[in-house]
Ligand binder design. Structure first.
Ligand SMILES: Nc1ncnc2c1ncn2[C@@H]1O[C@H](COP(=O)(O)OP(=O)(O)OP(=O)(O)O)[C@@H](O)[C@H]1O
Ligand SMILES: [Mg+2]
Length: 684
């Protein structure tokens, strides 16, 4: 009810004469409102409907039932203290007048006016009563406002599920709403002290919460913090708090008032999201790494495959090269063998012819020319056989260092003055298992190649060392001797280097080089159980390296063969050869040496002769013959004539691999002197 004419009026009840009307007029005269009530119940009704004060005569209320008014007064709301003005005929004050005291007791806010009174007394008393009532109305309005805003606040707190709290900072006392308490797992009727609240905060969040509180107290800043509350059942709940510091009259922080809300669901969602995000990031990272390493792995695998392909191609190339060399070797060997036999006949016949022609210098020159040609042909054949690894070799333990030193004079002569020769020979070298003559030839070949590559002069280094070979496809692992010939010449391009060993490959002008030098050196090294390696850089020079096997027996000291006095001795010689041309020329040579020759054209034929009782001092046989080889014949002859000396004439290292023979040999083509010397040795 708003204050206004009805709520601020004075309601008057005075049944005697014109009392009530007069009082009403006096009141109205000063601008207040007034109503006259016909009887007491009317007054009570008016009061109930709203009034500023009641004016009653003391005499009149004695005769009425006050109960309805008393009941209404007792029921007044807290803001209301309804004023009543009593007009008394006589009054002694409440303390002397028991009646008045009873009325005060009964009606509460009572003012007495004693008759007769001056109108101003009435006006001032009623005026102050109405003003008092007006203040009550104001209080009511304020109270109502308060209640309304409190309700609004509560509604807001309830709807937002906000917990409210107030903390007395100095007293360390906490007042918390039911909702706030529920955030700590407390029922509305359970207490929650500040100590309990602080103790319930998660240990990991204590420091953060403490810091926020201290900052708020020290600076007056708002207290905004999020922390976890651990309930008595162990469950964890996230609480978000916003509060403000209020200062007391002394200016010091007195209270912290604020709200809090449970953000557990949001926090869990956040944590879940963060987990998902980091999981996603990790997965993405892993994927990226996978992609990256995939590329790398593909790259690596490709490189590996490329390497494998290259290695395979290289191996195939090496195989092709080896097969090519092998077939060229076979072809060359076959040709050289036949050629050798022919030369045998040519040389033999020429030598005999020279002895028998009349003493004419012109004829001698012609024959010598023919012999020289045959000689060159023989050396060519020798190289071919060497390349074909079909040389007749006599490997023996040789001091390689000594051999090289012994060659230095010959080499210097062959190289000429513009070339410096340097030797470097390691100490304590084991003996090499080599054929000394053939190896000298090989070194000479390498030195000449080096010389030819240094038209303007240069240096040749010949070095002999020990060497260990491992992981070489062409050689069994082990210890070897290494002989290298290094020059400072023009070098070879990779294309030339690849072909240098091929027989008949030469870059030298026609007639200057046969292209068989390196072929021979290579064949020799391989036949000895070693290898030839070439390395070259155009413009820098070439190094040719011979890898040679080490001998198991100590080196032979090369002692000059004692020149035995030649006592020509005539013997009966069984000569076996399937080639009539050779047979003819050798027979001539033997007879020329004063021997008697019995010819046989095959092994079985020779055996027949051996079985006869004819005198035979020595059997000389070719090796490669149809039906029976020379070695087989030699073995068979032992059964017939055990002590008969046998000489195997061979230009062809055609003994099957692994088979060695103790049968003395003579290499084709041979000169008459060589034949003579060998026969003398055997015939003793
Ligand atoms: N030390 C070297 N420096 C440069 N090139 C070389 C060397 N040795 C050999 N060659 C090259 O290898 C080719 C073949 O050499 P190889 O000894 O087999 O035959 P040649 O020397 O040409 O003939 P020949 O040895 O019969 O005189 C040579 O023509 C040359 O092109
Ligand atoms: Mg050469």
């Amino acid at each position: 009810m708003r204050p206004g004419p009805s709520s601020e009026r004075a309601v008057i009840f005075s049944p005697a004469g014109r009392d009530a009307e007069e009082a009403a007029e006096q009141i109205r005269a000063v601008g207040l409102y007034a109503n006259v009530c016909a009887d007491f119940p009317a007054l009570v009704r008016e009061v109930e409907s709203g009034a500023g004060a009641a004016v009653m005569s003391g005499a009149a209320i004695k005769s009425v039932d006050l109960q309805p008014l008393v009941a209404w007064l007792a029921e007044q709301p807290s803001w209301s203290d309804f004023p009543i003005v009593l007009l008394m005929d006589q009054i002694g004050g409440p303390e002397h007048d028991p009646e008045a005291a009873g009325l005060v007791q009964l009606l509460g806010n009572v003012s007495f006016i004693e008759r007769p009174f001056h109108p101003t007394t009435l006006i001032s008393v009623v005026g102050s009563a109405v003003r008092g009532r007006r203040r009550q109305y104001q209080t009511r309005a304020i109270l109502q406002n308060l209640i309304e805003s409190k309700t609004t606040l509560q509604t807001a707190l309830d709807v937002g599920r906000l917990g409210a709290f107030e903390m007395k900072i100095q007293e360390r006392r906490l007042e918390a709403s039911d909702t706030f308490k529920s955030f700590f797992g407390r029922d509305p009727d359970e207490p929650l002290t500040l100590e309990e609240m602080e103790a319930a905060i998660h240990p990991d969040d204590q420091a953060r919460r403490r810091e926020a509180f201290d900052t708020a107290v020290m600076t007056g800043q708002d207290y905004n913090v999020e922390y976890r509350a651990v309930w008595r059942d162990g469950s964890v709940h996230w609480i978000n708090t916003h509060a403000t510091i209020f200062r007391g009259l002394d200016g010091r922080p007195a209270t912290l008032i604020g709200v809090a809300f449970d953000v557990t669901a949001r926090k869990i969602a956040e944590i879940e999201r963060e987990k998902l995000v980091s999981q996603l990031a990790a997965e993405r990272g892993a994927l990226a790494e996978l992609t990256a390493t995939l590329e790398q792995r593909v790259g690596e695998r490709t490189a590996e495959l490329m390497k494998e392909v290259a290695a395979r191609e290289k191996a195939q190339e090496q195989l092709r090269q080896a097969q090519k060399m092998e077939s060229i070797g076979q072809l060359t060997g076959g040709v050289a063998h036949d050629f050798n036999n022919l030369l045998m006949a040519v040389v033999g016949n020429l030598e005999l012819l020279r002895k028998r022609v009349p003493d004419d210098p012109r004829l001698y020159r012609l024959i010598d020319g023919a012999l020289q040609g045959a000689e060159r042909g023989a050396s060519l054949t020798q190289r071919l056989l060497a390349f074909a690894r079909q040389q007749d070799l006599n490997p023996a333990p040789i001091d390689l260092g000594g051999l090289v030193r012994g060659m230095s004079e010959l080499l210097e002569r062959s190289l000429g003055s513009r070339i410096v020769l340097r030797l470097s020979i390691a100490d304590d070298l084991p003996p090499a298992a080599i054929d000394a003559n053939q190896l000298e030839l090989a070194i000479l070949n390498l030195a000449i190649n080096a010389r030819d590559a240094m038209i303007d002069g240069g240096t040749i280094d010949i070095k002999v060392t020990k060497s260990r070979v491992t992981k070489d496809p062409a050689l069994p692992s082990g210890n070897y001797l290494k002989l290298s010939v290094r020059d400072t010449g023009e070098g070879m391009s990779p294309e030339i280097l690849a072909k240098a060993i091929d027989p008949f490959f030469s870059t030298k002008p026609l007639g200057k080089g046969t292209g068989l030098g390196l072929s021979m050196v290579h064949g020799l090294a391989v036949q000895l159980g070693g290898a030839l390696q070439l390395a070259s850089v155009v413009g820098k020079g070439t190094t040719a390296t011979l890898i040679l096997p080490i001998a198991t027996a100590p080196a032979q000291i090369e002692s000059p063969a004692p020149s035995s006095p030649k006592q020509p001795r005539s013997a009966v010689i069984l000569f076996v050869d399937d080639d009539p041309l050779i047979a003819m020329s050798t027979t001539e040579m033997l007879e020329d040496l004063g021997h008697q020759v019995i010819g046989a054209s095959s092994g079985p034929h020779a055996l027949d002769i051996l079985r006869s009782d004819r005198q035979i001092d020595l059997m000389m046989t070719d090796h490669l013959m149809p039906g029976m080889t020379g070695i087989e014949l030699a073995a068979a002859s032992r059964e017939v004539r055990p002590r008969l000396p046998v000489l195997l004439a061979t230009g062809y290292a055609d003994l099957p691999e692994g088979v060695s023979t103790d049968v003395p040999r003579l290499a084709k083509p041979y000169h008459q002197d060589q034949l003579r010397d060998r026969l003398e040795q055997l015939l003793g």
